[in-house]
Write a new protein. Structure first.
Length: 65
């Protein structure tokens, strides 16, 4: 018999969070603040989004290059 399409979602343990500190020029920090304000997101979330995208782009470039 085929599985139910509306199966019960599996619970997963949240991934552990690691704190990472980075120094940046004041102008970059101001740009980050401006973007976070415009997106109505916390700066930490904007940094995570940007880092995930940058790492994906680097991985994609490595495959193509």
């Amino acid at each position: 018999m085929m599985g139910n399409a509306m199966s019960t979602p599996q619970t997963t343990t949240p991934e552990r969070t690691i704190r990472f500190t980075v120094d940046m020029p004041e102008s970059l920090h101001q740009h980050l603040t401006d973007v976070a304000t415009r997106l109505k997101r916390k700066k930490a979330m904007v940094v995570r989004m940007a880092l995930e995208q940058a790492l994906k782009d680097l991985d994609d470039d490595a495959v193509v290059g």
